[in-house]
Design a protein around this ligand. Structure first.
Ligand code: ADP
Ligand code: MG
Length: 767
């Protein structure tokens, strides 16, 4: 096994042995994605023209922005290393590192007028300085400063006594900055900044000595170890002064004017060093014109990419399916229930797309239990009726297997051949599955990521269905599309994605929403139970089983691969089986079991041969056993909201009344408390998603990186939702007017777009 070593700059080069094995030539394009097992490296078959020709004419400005920080005057190796730790390697990185907040240091405030709750700058003289010991035995260093109008107390709780005594000498004068707090009658400042005055120097003269830190609105940057505010400010001042002019504006002037945007270089200068006539508040709230300009700029490029992609897809030639009803009508006849009206509406939207001579790119959103699988199956049957193959991709083996079992059952009766393909399949089973897929005898192929691996060849792939999309990214969608000739793509997600986020992450897809649950479902009753009520929880489990129902007990695994966690889950299962429920039938299910074992455990549970399934989060998505009416989640405080909602969605799938008990242990964090209360108060996936987004923030919620989208440097989807909408409208309008960006006024856009998207444009299908 050859080893791969990261070079000093974090690059990897593949050993010859591997390159030969994969038949790779220099210049080939690889897609690298983190997976549960590690990294998956997939060669990308065709290389669109974009990568062949140099993407950009390297202008001088561009080169300037790529200057590494160590070449800037005043930055030595130590400082550049500290900066690199913060992700600041080039001038461009530095320019886009925005201040966290701003301090108003335009003028000094007399001490008598210092306002509690604000960061103030004032000058004064040290009247006294010494260590103080509280009655509780705590020590702190205290300094009294006076300026003739009043006095104020400075305090340090972490300090080096020798050093402090050395510098805080009575009579010494300085300029002090810090947040003023009020304790009773006393105003205090903890750990202030100081700039000492020289003998006889006036405060005004001292302020002029350091025009970066005084006499202006001063930026405060996010720091890491080894970096000081003052240094950061100096670095940024040097960078802004020397390089900001190299930043060009690519947004067409007409659009910029319509939304009152600044040129990009001006916006960057402002955002680092606001003019002294500016209002402080909009800067501190990231709502200044400069901030707005930067956010717009980022959103605009994202949306332009998505717009061109969407347009490209609709202009491309695709398969025009015909609806023959051969299989679909048969299936509907055999179903024990009618489709809900939401299912019918979404299906007709899908049909319309499939019949059009362009590839479908549609996202179906539906809460857990809304019946997405059936919609997917109907679409699959339409493709099968047209003699095309279908690939259904699920995020986990268990889910793929479950889909297989469900779908296989129906398809067998209809005479449609279904094949399972997972990474766990080896040897003969695997090779015969591959052969069936290549020959086209496998009409519907259900699998995990294994389906998009390079070895898998379809005879006639007409439709790709991706289930539970939030686990896959734009890139995988792209790879699936490459398995056929512009096949239709249908994406299914149970995560009700809030509008703003859906627009960003899935902005290139058309959206269908199944906004109705099948009838007869009673809402799940959810209760939070502290550890002290564990025996009550056990009683409830017993009650449910006595009624002939089944239940889940979920155990959190931080990492499915963590041995210690796994042990905890296994021990818990044993404890429950032997000590608590010796008379009930329990089974354990976790991610590290062999596929056959998992399948056997699931099948037994489905057939009602097991009363209680103790499981890890492997059952999170898609598992469907309507007789299960009880969900107990251990350590519920450790789960995120969406995950809790997904887990809870495993019950309440039949007409029986279902319950979800959230066991908690220890003291809950504020966020933990908030999550659990949300779960108690609603079953509505949309409300839960909105809450989740506001608790976690967008990056964490979906992971734009994982979704294959550019990261935002400035923009924040939550804060800047309005800007996103406007930028999107403009970008889509522009893409419609100039689909190939060939109009002269869009020259700069055409050059800038691929750069903003990195190498991701072509994989996302925009090229
Ligand atoms: P999800 O959207 O979470 O994937 P599923 O497709 O697993 O939901 O469906 C949940 C359950 O609802 C399944 O047992 C399925 O058979 C059932 N179901 C789907 N459509 C209907 C319907 N129109 N009427 C009644 N039950 C339905
Ligand atoms: Mg599902």
């Amino acid at each position: 096994m050859p080893f791969i070593k990261l070079s000093a700059d974090g690059q990897i080069s593949l050993p010859l042995e591997i390159r030969e094995k994969l038949g790779l030539k220099p210049g080939d394009l690889l897609s690298i994605e983190p997976t549960d097992q590690g990294l998956s490296v997939v060669p990308v078959a065709e290389q669109p023209h974009l990568s062949a020709k140099p993407i950009l004419q390297e202008s001088i400005a561009r080169k300037n922005l790529e200057t590494t920080m160590q070449f800037i005057r005043g930055i030595g190796p130590k400082l550049s290393e500290a900066l690199a730790k913060k992700g600041i390697v080039t001038v461009e990185d530095a320019l886009w590192l925005l201040p966290n907040r701003y301090e108003d240091r335009r003028a000094l405030t007399p001490i008598a007028r210092l306002r509690p709750g604000t960061t103030e700058v004032f000058s004064g003289e040290v009247l006294a300085a010494d260590t103080v010991q509280t009655r509780g035995g705590k020590r702190f260093f205290e300094v009294i400063i006076g300026d003739g109008t009043a006095t104020v107390t400075l305090k340090w709780f972490h300090y080096n006594l020798r050093y402090m005594k050395g510098i805080w000498k009575q009579g010494r004068r300085g300029i002090f900055t810090g947040e003023v707090a009020q304790y009773g009658y006393q105003r205090e400042i903890h750990h202030p900044d100081v700039e000492w005055l020289a003998d006889g120097e006036s405060p005004a003269a001292a302020m002029e000595r350091d025009p970066v830190s005084f006499g202006r609105i001063v930026p405060v940057y996010p720091l890491t170890e080894g970096l000081h505010q003052k240094t950061m400010r100096k670095v940024l001042k040097a960078v802004v002064d020397r390089y900001v002019a190299s930043v060009g504006t690519s947004i067409p002037s007409e659009i910029a004017a319509r939304h009152n945007l600044l040129p990009l270089d001006e916006a960057l200068r402002e955002v680092h060093f606001p003019a002294s006539t500016d209002d402080l508040a909009p800067f501190n709230e990231s709502r200044s014109t400069a901030h707005r300009t930067l956010a717009f700029d980022e959103f605009f490029f994202l949306e332009l990419g998505l717009a061109l992609k969407k347009q490209g897809v609709t202009m491309e030639e695709g398969i025009a399916f015909q609806v023959t009803h051969r299989y679909t009508r048969e299936l509907l006849k055999r179903l024990p229930f009618p489709l809900t009206s939401a299912q019918r509406r979404v299906l007709s939207e899908i049909k319309e797309d499939m019949m059009a001579p362009h590839p479908m790119h549609r996202l179906v959103q539906g809460d857990v239990g809304s019946g997405k699988t059936l919609v997917a199956l109907m679409a699959a049957l339409i493709a099968a009726e047209n003699d095309y193959q279908v690939a259904i991709m699920a995020p986990t083996e268990i889910l793929a297997e479950q889909h297989y079992l469900n779908i296989h059952r129906w398809c067998e009766e209809l005479g449609v051949r279904v094949t399972l393909l997972t990474a766990a399949m080896k040897g003969k089973t695997r090779s015969s599955a591959l052969a069936d897929i290549a020959a086209g005898t496998a009409q519907i192929v259900i699998g995990t990521q294994a389906v998009i691996q390079e070895k898998v060849e379809f005879a006639r792939l007409g439709l790709g269905i991706v289930d539970e999309q939030h686990r896959f990214g734009v890139l995988q969608r792209g790879l699936l599309g490459k398995k056929g000739k512009n096949p239709d793509i249908l994406v299914m997600t149970a995560t009700p994605i809030p509008r703003t986020l859906a627009m960003t992450v899935f902005g290139d897809l058309s959206l269908s929403v199944i906004d109705e649950l099948p009838p007869g479902r009673t809402p799940i009753e959810t209760r939070v139970c502290p550890e002290s009520r564990r025996t009550t929880v056990y009683d409830i489990i017993r009650e449910e089983v006595a009624k002939g129902r089944q239940g889940y007990i979920i155990y959190p695994l931080v990492e499915e691969s963590e041995k210690s966690d796994l042990k905890a889950a296994t021990q818990m299962a044993e404890h429950l089986a032997w000590d608590i429920f010796p008379d009930l039938r329990l089974a354990l299910l976790h991610g590290r079991m062999k596929p056959e074992e998992k399948e056997a455990v699931m099948a037994a549970f489905k057939n009602c041969e097991t009363d209680i399934l103790v499981a890890t989060t492997v059952i999170e998505v898609g598992i469907d056993v309507p007789n299960a009416t009880l969900m107990v989640i251990e350590h519920a405080e450790r789960f995120g909201l969406s995950q809790l909602h997904q887990l809870r969605g495993r019950v309440g799938r039949g007409s029986g009344k279902s319950r979800c008990l959230l066991l908690t242990s220890g003291k809950l964090s504020d966020d933990g408390e908030r999550r659990l209360r949300v779960m108690e108060s609603t079953n509505d996936g949309f409300m839960i998603a909105e809450e989740d987004l506001s608790i976690r923030g967008p990056g964490d919620f979906l992971g734009t990186r994982q979704a294959g989208l550019p990261d935002f440097r400035v923009a924040n989807i939550l804060r800047d939702g309005r800007i996103l909408e406007v930028a999107r409208k403009e970008a889509f309008a522009l893409a419609e007017k100039d689909p190939h960006l060939t109009m002269p006024e869009n020259d700069r856009l055409r050059e800038e777009l691929p750069r903003r998207w990195g190498g991701r444009l072509e994989l996302a299908g925009i090229a």
